[in-house]
Design a protein around this ligand. Structure first.
Ligand SMILES: [Zn+2]
Length: 405
């Protein structure tokens, strides 16, 4: 690694983002500076500013930097060519955003972000992402739950859009196909067939629950699991609206309820015997599994309480819980990563960003924390190995057809 070259951009207080942007225009040579402790500290300070600015007076200024130069410059500072694979990367086609608005908005309370292919490319560059597996997040097709025709048509339209995006740049994008609400079993199975055979989807996104409170271990969903298992699917489980009210206007459901919803459905999949019954499935849990790493052993207690008459023993429960893959989207705090690494099989941890629902500044900040965690907690060789695996190799093993080098 080259020695860090001190430059004005890295020593001056970055109080004014306009200044920073202008400096980068005038001093392009600063754009390839190697990573170092000092660089990290400045980037860290800057990322705090970026984060703080989300709702403040700098919002317009931030867009000025990040849209034009931030992606290339800051991306190079996060890590030198990490070649990440992002398995948690959302797209928001205009027709989807309009449908959400027309049906009353996102029931989780989270605002629907603006999206374009250009902004997706910029975010990927910023985060050092080489390949993104895109998906439509919640509420997705659930906005038409109960309306069979609309649900099926909407899933097809979303999948055609995603497929076209991938075809335009297959080296850069893959996609998880959407399904109609699983209460429409026939429609879901038909869309699995179409997306798998015709569109060559890389996997499928499922939400944590359907029909208000039916979680993914529910017996009525078995035919869908059977179908997915038969074609050795990769399943990406994303949290969706929890069957509870928004208790505080500053606390949309993604803050607290989404991690719990992921845990609830993962536990339901295991304790219902679904996980054990369908061994061909590779199931990715969002956001480091929610609270699963923290609660896993507690859940295994179901196999010890005789009155519950759970057919699974505690070892089987733990083994099934550890069979999941876990993405790191919005989960790079020290407690989250330590718990995840304690609980999960390290070969089943995947990089995730959650863009654009995680904004430019937030996703950059979280990725910086993610990189710093491994740098601080592992020796140089070890941290390079584990980061390379999480950033790319673990996904490579999961998507053999898509990632070939
Ligand atoms: Zn997401």
């Amino acid at each position: 690694m080259q020695m860090f070259r001190r430059s004005p951009i890295l020593t001056a207080p970055w109080k004014n983002h306009f200044q920073a942007s202008r400096f980068l225009n005038e001093h392009p040579s600063t754009q390839n500076t190697d990573d170092s402790k000092e660089t990290c500290e400045v980037v860290k300070d800057h990322s705090y500013d970026l984060l703080a600015s989300q709702t403040g007076e700098y919002k317009t200024r931030i867009l000025d930097i990040t849209r034009i130069q931030g992606a290339r410059v800051l991306g190079s500072l996060v890590n030198q060519r990490p070649r990440r694979v992002d398995t948690h990367h959302h797209i928001v086609p205009d027709f989807y955003a309009q449908a959400i608005k027309a049906t009353g908005g996102d029931p989780s309370g989270w605002p629907t972000p603006k999206w374009s292919l250009q902004s997706a490319n910029e975010q990927m560059s910023l985060l050092g992402v080489e390949i993104a597996f895109v998906s439509i997040t919640a509420p997705g097709t659930k906005i038409y739950e109960g309306n069979t025709e609309k649900g099926r048509n909407f899933a097809r339209k979303l999948n055609e859009f995603s497929s076209n995006l991938v075809q335009q740049d297959p080296a850069k994008f893959g996609f998880f196909a959407s399904l109609p609400s699983l209460i429409d079993i026939e429609g879901a199975i038909a869309e699995i067939d179409y997306a798998h055979s015709i569109l060559k989807a890389d996997g499928f996104i499922l939400f944590t629950s359907y029909d208000y409170d039916k979680y993914l271990g529910h017996s009525s969903f078995r035919p869908v699991w059977t179908k997915l298992n038969d074609i050795n699917s990769v399943i990406f489980i994303h949290p969706s609206e929890a069957p509870t009210t928004i208790v505080n206007r500053y606390m949309p459901q993604p803050f607290v309820d989404y991690p719990h919803e992921t845990t609830r459905t993962a536990a339901d999949i295991v304790l219902s015997g679904t996980r054990a019954a369908f061994p061909n499935l590779k199931i990715i849990l969002s956001h480091a599994g929610g609270t699963l790493p923290f609660l896993g052993k507690r859940l295994a207690g179901a196999g010890l309480i005789r009155s519950l008459k759970c057919p699974l023993g505690p070892r089987q429960i733990l083994s099934d819980l550890r069979s999941f893959y876990f993405d790191t989207a919005l989960s790079s705090s020290v407690p989250q990563l330590k718990a995840l690494l304690e609980f999960a099989d390290p070969s089943k941890i995947l990089f995730g960003s959650d863009v654009p629902y995680a904004s430019f500044p937030l996703s950059f900040y979280m990725t910086k924390c993610f990189d710093s965690f491994f740098k601080k907690n592992y020796s140089k060789n070890k941290h390079n190995d584990i980061l390379t695996n999480i950033n790319r190799n673990n996904a490579k093993a999961l998507f053999i057809r898509k990632i070939t080098d």
